[in-house]
Design a protein around this ligand. Structure first.
Ligand SMILES: [Zn+2]
Length: 205
């Protein structure tokens, strides 16, 4: 996470050193696409694009600890806790096009649980960055491990990628499924099976 932050800071300082405001860069992109950045519909587009991209990448300025806050509780519960169907919207770092879908996150506590909404907050911390789905899946699993040190964590993400749907192979109905298993979810096949069954057994399937 710190290397991502460092890279982000480097990008910002390089842009600042170049002396070119973000919106001006967008204006140049519009012009290089053959558009007239001064026509009425596009006049405010550069500022809007900047605002949208800063919003969609706000995860760079957020940490998992901030997202979870003090919502970690001592609790003797020993069974699997799963938060299913967490909506996520992210941007693929290869094309800056959206990918979106659902995350299913489960863990088996080891003396501590966290507020259920905080699981969704953790997903957003990583989704609101330039991402690849595989890395994001690992980051979410590692973050839950770090925050509450459970017996194990399982994360499954199913997502549709606009870079596949709108361009290239144009496969509108394909979904990419990734998983990350930590601790008992990786080492114990019964736990893994229970998790994967719950993760893949959803009403829309
Ligand atoms: Zn892509």
């Amino acid at each position: 996470m710190s290397s991502t932050k460092a890279a982000d800071a480097a990008i910002r300082s390089a842009a600042a050193a170049a002396g070119e405001p973000f919106a001006d860069l967008v204006r140049r992109i519009l012009a290089s696409l053959g558009e007239d950045p001064d026509r009425q519909g596009l006049v405010k587009t550069p500022e809007r694009v900047e605002g949208a991209l800063r919003w969609l990448t706000q995860g760079y300025g957020q940490s998992v600890l901030d997202a979870v806050g003090d919502a970690v509780f001592e609790e003797a519960h020993q069974s699997m806790i799963m938060v299913r169907d967490i909506e996520l919207y992210s941007l693929c770092e290869h094309h800056l096009l959206p990918f979106f879908g659902r995350a299913h996150v489960a863990y088996i506590p080891n003396g501590r649980i966290m507020g259920l909404s905080k699981v969704a907050r953790i997903v957003d911390v990583f989704a609101r960055r330039l991402q690849v789905q595989e890395r994001m899946t690992d980051q979410i699993a590692d973050a839950v491990m770090d925050v509450i040190r459970p017996h194990g964590v399982g994360v499954v993400i199913e997502a549709a990628h606009f870079c596949m749907m709108m361009r290239g192979v144009e496969k509108q109905n394909s979904r990419t499924v990734t998983s990350a298993l930590r601790g008992i979810f990786r080492d114990d096949y019964k736990t893994r099976d229970e998790f994967l069954r719950l993760a893949h057994n959803h009403p829309s399937a």
